[in-house]
Ligand binder design. Sequence first.
Ligand SMILES: *[C@@H]1O[C@H](CO)[C@@H](O)[C@H](O)[C@H]1NC(C)=O
Ligand SMILES: *[C@@H]1O[C@H](CO)[C@@H](O)[C@H](O)[C@H]1NC(C)=O
Ligand SMILES: *[C@@H]1O[C@H](CO)[C@@H](O)[C@H](O)[C@H]1NC(C)=O
Ligand SMILES: *[C@@H]1O[C@H](CO)[C@@H](O)[C@H](O)[C@H]1NC(C)=O
Ligand SMILES: *[C@@H]1O[C@H](CO)[C@@H](O)[C@H](O)[C@H]1NC(C)=O
Length: 482
Amino acid sequence: MTTVVLWLFIVAGTCYGVLCSEDHLRDMDSFISAVEQAEESNPDLSPLALVRRLRRTAGHEDPLTLHFLGASNNISHTHTSVFNTTLFGFFDKAIHHFVTDRGEERGVVLTQDGTTVAIAPMLLGIEVGLKAKLEGTPPLGMFPLTLAKNLGLSFLSLQDFPPAQRLGPDGCWDNVTHPRVFKLSRVPTLATDALVNGGMDGSILGMDLATLAPSEQPGKLSKVLKGYYNHVLEGQDLGVVSSHISPKRREIAQALLGTLDTQRQVMETLYLVWRLENTQWIAKDTGVEKAVRDGMLEFVHRYWDCPPIIPRCQWGAAPYRGSPFPLALPLPFLYIHHTYEPNRPCHSFRQCSRSMRAMQHFHQEDRGWADIGYSFVVGSDGYIYEGRGWHHLGTHTRGQNSYGYGVAFIGNYSSSLPSRHALDLVRQHLAKCAVDAGRLQANFTLHGHRQLVDTSCPGDALYSEIRGWEHFKETSSWKKDQ
Ligand SMILES: *[C@@H]1O[C@H](CO)[C@@H](O)[C@H](O)[C@H]1NC(C)=O
Ligand SMILES: *[C@@H]1O[C@H](CO)[C@@H](O)[C@H](O)[C@H]1NC(C)=O
Ligand SMILES: *[C@@H]1O[C@H](CO)[C@@H](O)[C@H](O)[C@H]1NC(C)=O
Ligand SMILES: *[C@@H]1O[C@H](CO)[C@@H](O)[C@H](O)[C@H]1NC(C)=O
Ligand SMILES: *[C@@H]1O[C@H](CO)[C@@H](O)[C@H](O)[C@H]1NC(C)=O
């Protein structure tokens, strides 16, 4: 009894609001506000000194990190204790990455755009960038520390599994407005989606800092993070937003890293890790090269060719009613729709999730369907939302549901078009992703909903747009006569 009371007292004594170290919210806003508090209580700490302190808090002193960044306590600053126990406890939990034996991923946070990010690789990229800027050197170790090591070790450790299982998975938060527990959706690899997202973010933010003009000084860490993670799209087309923001992570990372020989760099990172850690010379194993080559092809497919898809659990989907009917893949058709209602495009995870829930409610309650009708739904926030998904029969295009996926743009596109960015997500990414994964036939046919059913969907404006897309075909006469 006494012990319990004492324990409660200690816990209560270390908990203050968002920084409650035992049970804090695991979202990026809480992390940023903790960084702001650290900055306010240490006004003369430079951004580089702060990220080094954060690294030290999380105990990231592995040989590869030391090789590129040096020891985290090797700073000219004389501050002895920068963080009080509350902040220390918060950062320790927020940054230290691991997966529990119950499949819960720690050291990750939910960002405002609905994606989950591991903090550690993101901060490593920022530290590389700040160090390069300060010392006027190239950003050495950027790719190895943010991505290459995790990718290489994941490919190797899972060599005996199909390439698709050597990366990921994504997961689900217990509650997206009050996130506390992030459960992975299958057995974890050493390169979970959150680690890859954090690695891409670290490379992007780090390169931005490393390449600041000589006259410019890096801003505060909290400001850098807010600019990237908390950008508000006020109806803008993401395609014209030139600043680096999280919904554009995949395309910016691809532009940044896609020109590197990433396969060779992953190999070199593995050699370096083995040399630094004095591990057995595994490199004689000729399987390594193949594992890395196949792995990087899968990486490019999964994170660069495929669009980012927000899973059902994240937008708060109600369960499917009954048992879903499996599709026979690959399918020969892709059908384009607009939602008409909601009639306005959505520009944030919160708005788009609300639209998804409203449509699902309407389809289940008013139409009496088992689930939201569409296979996928396209927001104007940079994301595609999972409806019935790749494997289950939808209710979107009467009489044709088993032959094609139904993809709907949120909004009314009778007289205006979805954003260019949203159009490209489907035209360039979703279609290629589906073909490469064997879900759509390579010679698939694209139709607008109105070609098969008596409806104005997908709207005059959107319909004339897709008539110019590759794979679009006018309806054959036998089908029109049906
Ligand atoms: C630690 O610092 C934070 C931010 O400055 C403050 O809000 C909190 O009350 C402090 N905690 C303790 C235990 O002093
Ligand atoms: C510590 O910092 C100094 C100056 O930046 C550098 O020369 C030295 O190599 C560093 N030592 C370690 C262990 O990183
Ligand atoms: C999420 O948590 C908040 C606060 O505890 C609660 O009010 C809300 O109902 C929860 N949402 C869901 C979907 O459980
Ligand atoms: C959709 O847009 C058309 C053309 O602008 C308009 O006439 C129609 O009322 C709109 N429908 C809805 C539901 O907003
Ligand atoms: C598309 O390819 C499949 C399989 O290769 C073939 O059976 C089918 O006839 C082709 N369809 C069209 C429309 O060319």
